[in-house]
Design a protein around this ligand. Structure first.
Ligand SMILES: [Ca+2]
Length: 313
């Protein structure tokens, strides 16, 4: 099996960082064509800087990191420093990256890559608000049919919301972009909070990573030390949820996850439930399925995968 070509679209974020590291550690399964950054957890200037820091930690300054959109399609940006810290990557000691930012805008990179590669061979992996993806689809409708699949972190059904009582952060920040992606006709796999809240970086799991005693492992453990605070206090859980690595883990080991092919619609008008992913999990409508909506994962298998792969970097 040849490695799957992907573009990671991201707003790092500690959990984004682990997702990028997991992809870089898995060249047999994943051919990372480039990283596009978007405003989300923190503003764009920080997300693109953080993405380059992560590549440098992994010893991969050759990876193309592109800056994309600095605000949602139609709304002011909402950020999440309360979860990720002021830098977005709080925890380890941070430095100014020396690897350059790629010249092309992230949206142009997505468009050009999809036009260049054979149709149906590039998977998009959005780990933040869907602004860059929706902007690319709007600007170049010809690329939509060329996407192999979109595997994204976003939404929630049983867990409902984390940024509002009704909405998950990535979808809430740019609901119009999320709606455009979900109605694009591209095959979509979603990792909602229902599954990512089961991917808890417990103390024992973080210590296993730290015990690898490499630069990457120490960096990861220090990020997760910081990252768990918010969710442990909020939910009383045993660790921070590793949302975004679920996307990359799915590409490597899909059998770790289970879900349903269902209809998912994003609320874009209600003030009360803006950004809610109305997921027809129980099949109570005749609306056609537009997403594989994940609901469960083998958490031990997921952390075994992350730990053994990070050991390779
Ligand atoms: Ca993210």
């Amino acid at each position: 099996m040849s490695a799957r070509k992907i573009i990671i679209d991201t707003d790092p974020g500690q959990d984004d960082a682990v997702a990028i590291l997991l992809a870089l550690a898995s060249p047999q399964e994943i051919d990372l064509l480039g990283i596009t950054c978007v405003a989300g957890n923190v503003p764009l200037a920080l997300t693109q800087t953080n993405a380059r820091r992560v590549c440098e930690v992994a010893g991969r300054p050759d990876v193309a990191v592109h800056a994309g959109c600095d605000a949602p399609l139609q709304r002011p940006l909402i950020t999440a420093e309360h979860v990720h810290g002021k830098t977005g990557l709080d925890g380890p000691e941070l430095w100014d990256p020396t690897m350059p930012l790629a010249a092309a805008h992230g949206v142009a990179f997505i468009i050009d890559t999809l036009r260049l590669e054979a149709p149906g061979t590039v998977t998009l992996c959005p780990l933040g608000p869907l602004t860059n993806i929706a902007a690319a689809f709007q600007k170049a409708p010809d690329i939509v049919d060329r996407v192999q699949e979109i595997v994204l972190m976003g939404g929630a059904y049983f867990e409902v919301g984390n940024i509002t009582p009704a909405a998950e952060f990535n979808i809430y920040v740019d609901p119009e972009a999320a709606a455009a992606v979900l109605t694009s006709g591209v095959p979509i796999t979603m990792m909602p909070l229902d599954v990512t809240h089961k991917a808890l970086a417990t103390r024992a799991r973080v210590e296993k990573i730290r015990a690898l005693d490499t630069k990457v492992a120490r960096f990861t453990a220090e990020m997760l030390d910081f990252f768990e605070r918010f969710d442990v206090e909020k939910y009383g859980s045993e660790g921070g949820p590793l949302h975004d690595p679920c996307v990359i883990a799915y590409l490597i080991r899909p059998e770790l996850f289970s879900g349903r092919k269902i209809n998912v619609v994003v609320e874009t008008t209600s003030e009360l439930t803006l950004g809610m992913t109305v997921a027809d999990w129980w099949g109570v409508t005749d609306r056609p399925a537009n997403a594989q909506f994940m609901g469960d994962l083998d958490a031990d298998g997921f952390f075994d995968l992350i730990t053994t792969r990070l050991a390779r970097l």
